[in-house]
Design a protein around this ligand. Structure first.
Ligand code: NAD
Length: 512
């Protein structure tokens, strides 16, 4: 866990945004200018007037050294705090810096109110600010993580920062952090310690184990743990009671008690099975999700749903049991088969349609772009689901929007005899449902075509295969466990970024 530093010109909102960001992430907040003033025993304008800018910069270095050695948190930095190379190195070695950028007019507007507190801008504010921004343009441009603040509310800015950082703290169902970090697997051990998570046992499957298990174990070992591992056979066919029983038995054999931690290291199957076994073992054990497929990163690892299949149907037995930490390391996706990656992209596109038009645009750049930018895709798509499950953790309302494409999709998946992957079926489902939304006048003109084009660029299917009997799909839609036989609640797209929940009784009209 590292510090988060907010940096940028005076007036960009670092302190206001920093306080809310810290609250969202359940971290302490520090304003570096306050620390500096405490050390000096006088205000910044006084330091400037009585001791000059060189002394101010010196005090800034002292304040920063104090901050980086204190408890990890969110820090708002003074507008020139990182001009000195030594300060920049100190800060960048102990955390991530996010630059808040704003256009001149919005800075002038904000700064006019308290210009007296900013000695470097005294005099003609607009002129001074223009020169100040010109002088620092190259310096500010050299920071890789940036968020533009103009025209956004504080909450929107904070949300953008969280996406850029890949950092969230969930509290609607259990309290836990979600971290997206390239090569984050190497830090897993050090992430467990501050959370009081002990005695880890890693559960994975026999496809992932030869590829990645060693990395998990050595990360845990380097933090002083002596981890054990359990390897299950891979695939949906093993998401059953026998596998859960096998986990319970292995937990006992490995001496797990209620204070132990189970780490689910795998796709949605391993996550659902391990989470359920942890929910029920000794009436509840801590678990950590380390998802390894795109689908499990952007969907299955978030929201606390765990469970397994019965011969009668998928996910019929389950429990809500949120993990204590979710760590998504996009570098793990490099070994995923292209078909699994494409399948996960259907859920990513779904998240874009539900509430992130920018994510949808990124998806429409096609599969090659996506493959080269997986971290950005994962960060944005996880943020969509997190926002929804935080607002409606137990699916009493809008969480049902996540079922977009799934009513038709599940039925198509089932009738194909699982020849189509889940994602391929959901891609078809989204287009069929968008066409229906268009026919009943709910969706914007051309929406289903826009969705279909994006899915095709990701090499996903968009039409129900002619070999699948329509009657069987209708029957499958009716018997899906979540639905009443007469009326089915659909999540239908209205435009990119907006969906509506609608009860439909005439199912035949959906498939027209
Ligand atoms: N709990 C939830 O909220 C939720 C939400 C959506 C889906 N799900 C469940 O998730 C499951 C599907 O998850 P999935 O698509 O991840 O399937 P999966 O777990 O079966 O993984 C797919 C395949 O990819 C392999 N694999 C995983 N990571 C790999 C990697 N990094 N490199 C190479 N191969 C790798 C696996 O061994 C497996 O063979 C379903 O059972 C579904 O019901 C749960």
């Amino acid at each position: 866990m590292t510090h988060i530093f907010l940096y940028g010109p005076s007036g960009a909102g670092k302190s206001t945004v920093g306080e809310i960001l810290a609250r969202n992430l359940n971290l302490p907040f520090t304003d570096s200018d306050h620390i500096l003033e405490n050390i000096a025993g006088m205000s910044i304008p006084q330091i400037m007037e009585e001791r000059g800018e060189a002394k101010l910069r010196e005090l800034e270095s002292t304040a920063l050294r104090q901050i980086v050695n204190a408890k990890v948190g969110v820090v708002a930095l003074g507008g020139g705090a990182l001009l000195r190379d030594e300060n920049r190195a100190l800060v960048e070695n102990s955390g991530k810096v996010v630059l808040l950028l704003a256009e001149l007019p919005s800075l002038v507007e904000r700064l006019q109110k308290d210009a007296h507190k900013r000695p470097l801008l005294a005099g003609d504010l607009e002129l001074r600010l223009t020169r100040y921004l010109e002088k620092r343009a190259e310096h500010y441009a050299s920071f890789p993580l940036k968020v533009q603040v103009d025209g956004k509310s504080i909450d929107q800015i904070v949300h953008q920062i969280q996406i850029v950082l890949g950092r969230h703290h969930l509290s609607a169902m259990g309290e836990y952090d979600v971290i997206v970090q390239e090569n984050g697997l190497q830090c897993l051990g050090e992430m467990l310690q501050p959370r009081g998570l002990q005695n880890p046992v890693v559960v994975t499957d026999n496809v992932i184990a030869p590829l990645h298990l060693e990395k998990v174990l050595s990360s845990l070992q380097s933090s002083g743990f002596q981890p054990k591992s359990i390897v299950l056979p891979a695939g949906e066919g093993y998401k059953n009671l026998e596998s859960v029983a096998r986990l319970w038995k292995s937990f006992l054999e490995n001496g797990l008690d209620r204070k132990s931690t189970v780490i689910a290291f795998g796709g949605g199957v391993i996550g659902d099975l391990t989470g359920f076994a942890a929910a029920t073992y000794m009436r509840g054990t801590d678990w950590v999700a380390v998802p390894t497929t795109l689908l499990s990163m952007v969907d299955a690892s978030l929201g606390g749903k765990t469970g397994f299949d019965l011969p009668e149907g998928k996910n019929l037995i389950g429990a809500f049991h949120p993990p204590k930490l979710v760590l998504a390391d996009p570098s793990l996706l490099l070994t995923l088969s292209e078909r699994e990656l494409r399948s996960g992209m259907a859920e990513v596109v779904k998240h874009g349609i539900i509430s992130d038009p920018e994510l949808f645009v990124l998806c429409s750049r096609g599969l090659d772009w996506v493959k080269a930018n997986l971290e950005e895709i994962v960060r944005r798509a996880m943020a969509v689901k997190i926002k929804i499950i935080e607002e409606d953790p137990y699916e009493r309302g809008f969480r049902a929007a996540l079922n977009l494409g799934h009513t038709v999709g599940h039925a198509v998946e089932l009738v194909s005899g699982f020849e189509l992957t889940h994602g391929e079926a959901i891609a078809i489902g989204m287009v069929v449902e968008a066409k229906y939304a268009g026919r009943i006048g709910l969706a914007q003109k051309g929406l289903s075509e826009t969705i279909a084009q994006t899915l095709q660029k990701l090499r996903l299917p968009v039409q129900i295969p002619t070999t699948l009997p329509r009657e069987e799909i209708l029957r499958a839609m009716r018997v899906d466990k979540k639905k009443d036989s007469k009326v089915i609640r659909f999540a239908l797209p209205m435009e990119i970024g907006k969906v509506e929940l609608l009860e439909v009784s005439d199912l035949e009209s959906v498939l027209e």
